[in-house]
Design a protein around this ligand. Structure first.
Ligand code: SF4
Length: 195
């Protein structure tokens, strides 16, 4: 497990990362159940090419890759902030890491939520995606139990409330093949120093 922290924009951001075989991760997938939760409770359901019911199963998306480097970033929520303030910020920081990491390991990333390249996704206007080569999906949109992955793979709990001493977590990953733990760790550390 890689565990570190770094400063960005005067924020202390913590990072945990661990390598997991996709054969193990697929056991955390219950596609119908978790995409059903999106359908029942998410205001973004069916409003993006990257949200259910348009997202693929995790097993299909990752079929060409043997391993995932699962990454959680988290930071404390100040008294005058809410999780809704921090989450989009932390997602951007995670993307700043995942995008070059994907390139470095010749892999495929899973995002920390729905695609946000465009202000409004062209899906709702029944038009083609503006940047099809940039489309990536989140693990939760592909039916993965994020809470359990976070606990089991990273020994970290996701919290979704604004209580005192609370923190905000975003989760993503990069799929890859044929790279040693040492090599992945070296690449990750060098990129963290650049974001
Ligand atoms: S790139 Fe734009 S159009 Fe394509 S999925 Fe993302 S938000 Fe939608």
């Amino acid at each position: 497990m890689i565990s570190l922290n770094f400063n960005k924009d005067n924020n202390k951001i913590n990072l945990k990362a661990n390598i997991c075989s996709n054969d193990i991760l697929k056991n955390y997938m219950d596609f119908d159940y978790f995409t059903g939760l999106c359908k029942d409770g998410c205001p973004h359901y069916n409003l993006s090419y990257t949200c259910p019911p348009n997202s693929p199963k995790f097993t299909y998306y990752t079929k060409d890759y043997d391993y995932s480097l699962v990454i959680a970033m988290y930071m404390e929520i100040d008294k005058d902030q809410t999780i809704n303030d921090i989450h989009p910020y932390l997602r951007r920081v995670l993307s700043d890491l995942l995008i070059p990491l994907e390139k470095e390991v010749n892999g495929l990333l899973t995002d920390g939520g729905r695609c946000r390249y465009c202000e409004s996704c062209t899906y709702i206007d029944n038009l083609p995606c503006r940047y099809p080569d940039k489309i990536r999906f989140s693990m939760e949109a592909m039916g993965i139990d994020l809470d359990k992955v976070c606990k089991d793979i990273l020994n970290h709990s996701i919290v979704w409330d604004n209580n005192e001493n609370s923190y905000c977590t975003v989760l993503g990953s990069v799929n890859f093949n044929d790279l040693s733990y040492d090599k992945i760790e070296k690449i990750l550390l060098s990129l963290v120093n650049c974001i």
